[in-house]
Ligand binder design. Structure first.
Ligand SMILES: Cc1cc2nc3c(=O)[nH]c(=O)nc-3n(C[C@H](O)[C@H](O)[C@H](O)COP(=O)(O)OP(=O)(O)OC[C@H]3O[C@@H](n4cnc5c(N)ncnc54)[C@H](O)[C@@H]3O)c2cc1C
Length: 461
């Protein structure tokens, strides 16, 4: 419980102007991009790691619950004050501290917005590949704590693959450094990667060192339109089998195509069953060669139309559709629950068909987006939270999607995390021993249980 006296201690650290307490202000922090609401008691905006450390000392002395938050774009309620207490919002710690070209790394504060950081490094010929669909709002801290993926996962991997080190504040207020500025480092346990993807349950990240790549010299985007899901799925399989690794390989189904057309009038064909958006990058010659081969595969598998971008501007136009997909679909019904089950890539077509069957059987409307090259499905379940009968059917459909993913060796979440959204399924993927080991780790970092209470570990049965 946050008393007046504790609030005054926080005010001594931050001043009144960096603390929100009015109900109107707090409401903005009661949601993320999932569908539940939890009102915090206050929101604090630190600007330095020293302030974060002092805040945590006060919080641990009085056992105040603290939930860290970046932009609040998460899809699993991980940044919400599920058991009250304060939200520690990192958006004011938003400086790029160093971009080191000779050693190809950068040091940033956690509140830096991903797309702004990407633009910054690209100005000097460098490249930060992790590219979640939310890159224009999501913060570097949020993406580290969720180990965010995105559209370039098939070739470039996920956030974890670019992390070199962190500065973190432990729940006790102590500050530690993990990792280093060197390309190789095998000193002790890899705490950097343990904290990455921990959904804000172990420590507060106040500084991030990331690895950068040289910016690819050229890119081409292809858009292939199909009469059937099988044709699109077979194209994905063919590209993977041939050993070509595109930078992105995205699939949109007919529900998404229609939603996009209704919303943005992009000239997409309403009678198509699926569209693949594929990007290749690298040096000019290899890009031309790969684009040519992929266009052939698309036609060979029955694509009725294949468009290859001829300029940067045209590539951007083709990507506009994919970037607008969530927003366009979200307009269709009052609520939208985004699934994230991921299957081995060879099961992709079967998984999409299974999702359609599940939707029909349970009489719910589901649109399918997929980071197809990773086997990462995003079924978007369109619904109305206020309709309890419909929500029962939605829940059953989600259970069945999880059943299918588990049956074919898939995982509960490819990139959106577990949070409270998927905690009930955890024992389906993790053994009791693995869950207990995770709980023991949590206790070591946070013996009082003050950091992000009500997280996936506590909600798991
Ligand atoms: C339209 C849309 C598209 C999306 N596309 C993708 C996608 O392609 N790929 C993908 O992986 N995700 C995607 N997401 C999900 C979301 O954007 C990511 O999970 C992202 O990493 C969240 O970043 P954030 O700054 O909003 O963090 P938040 O949601 O605010 O927080 C995420 C987690 O990080 C913790 N946290 C935040 N900052 C800190 C810190 N400094 N120290 C400790 N803990 C911290 C929070 O407690 C929480 O557990 C999408 C979401 C939307 C709405």
């Amino acid at each position: 419980m946050l008393t007046e006296k504790i609030l005054q201690e926080f005010e001594t650290i931050l001043g009144k102007e960096r603390i929100l307490t009015s109900k109107e202000d707090l409401l903005s922090y009661a949601y993320d991009a999932y569908v539940e609401e939890y009102l915090p008691e206050a929101v604090l905006f630190p600007k330095t790691s020293a302030e974060v450390s002092q805040i945590m000392k006060v919080a641990s002395t009085h056992r105040v619950f603290v939930t860290p938050r970046g932009a609040g774009s998460g899809l699993a309620a991980c940044s919400l004050a599920k058991q009250g207490g304060v939200i520690l919002c990192f958006t004011m710690m938003n400086r790029v501290l160093e971009i080191n070209k000779p050693n190809r790394y950068a040091v940033v504060e956690p509140g830096v917005v991903v797309s702004e950081f990407q633009k910054e490094v690209e100005k000097i010929g460098l490249f930060y590949p992790p590219d979640p669909g939310s890159a224009t709002v999501a913060t570097m801290g949020g993406t580290v704590l969720m180990n965010a993926g995105g559209m370039r996962g098939i070739k470039y991997g996920v956030t974890r693959d670019y992390l070199m080190g962190l500065e973190v504040v432990l729940p006790s207020g102590e500050v530690i450094q993990t990792g280093s500025l060197t390309a190789k480092d095998v000193t002790g346990y890899d705490l950097t990667r343990l904290i990455c993807g921990s959904e804000g349950t172990l420590a507060l990240v106040t500084r991030i060192i990331v690895r950068l790549l040289p910016k690819p010299k050229a890119r081409r985007t292809l858009q292939a339109i199909y009469h059937t899901i099988d044709q699109a799925g077979n194209t994905v399989a063919r590209i993977v089998e041939e050993g070509i690794i595109p930078a992105t390989l995205e699939l949109m189904d007919k529900v998404i195509i229609k939603a996009l057309e209704d919303y943005a009038h992009l000239g997409l064909p309403l009678d198509a069953e699926a569209i693949l958006l594929i990007e290749v990058d690298g040096d000019q010659a290899s890009v031309e060669k790969q684009a040519g081969m992929i266009a052939e595969f698309c036609r060979g598998q029955g694509a009725r139309d294949v468009r290859v971008s001829q300029s940067e501007k045209e590539s951007e136009q083709l990507w506009m559709a994919r970037r607008g997909a969530f927003g366009a679909v979200a307009r269709m019904r009052p609520s939208c629950v985004i699934e994230d089950a991921t299957v081995p890539v060879s099961f992709l077509t079967r998984a999409i068909k299974e999702v359609r069957t599940i939707a029909q059987r349970n009489q719910v409307q589901i649109a399918v987006l997929a980071h197809a090259g990773d086997g990462n499905l995003h079924p978007l379940v369109l619904c109305d939270l206020r309709d309890q009968e419909e929500m029962k059917r939605v829940e059953k459909a989600m259970d069945e999607i999880v059943d299918f993913a588990m049956a074919v060796g898939g995982v509960l979440s490819g990139e959106h995390g577990i949070g409270i959204a998927k905690a009930k399924y955890l024992p389906r993927q993790l053994s009791p021993q693995a869950l207990n080991l995770m709980r023991a780790l949590k206790k070591t970092f946070d013996p009082q249980g003050i950091l992000n209470p009500g997280s996936f570990l506590e909600c798991a049965p």
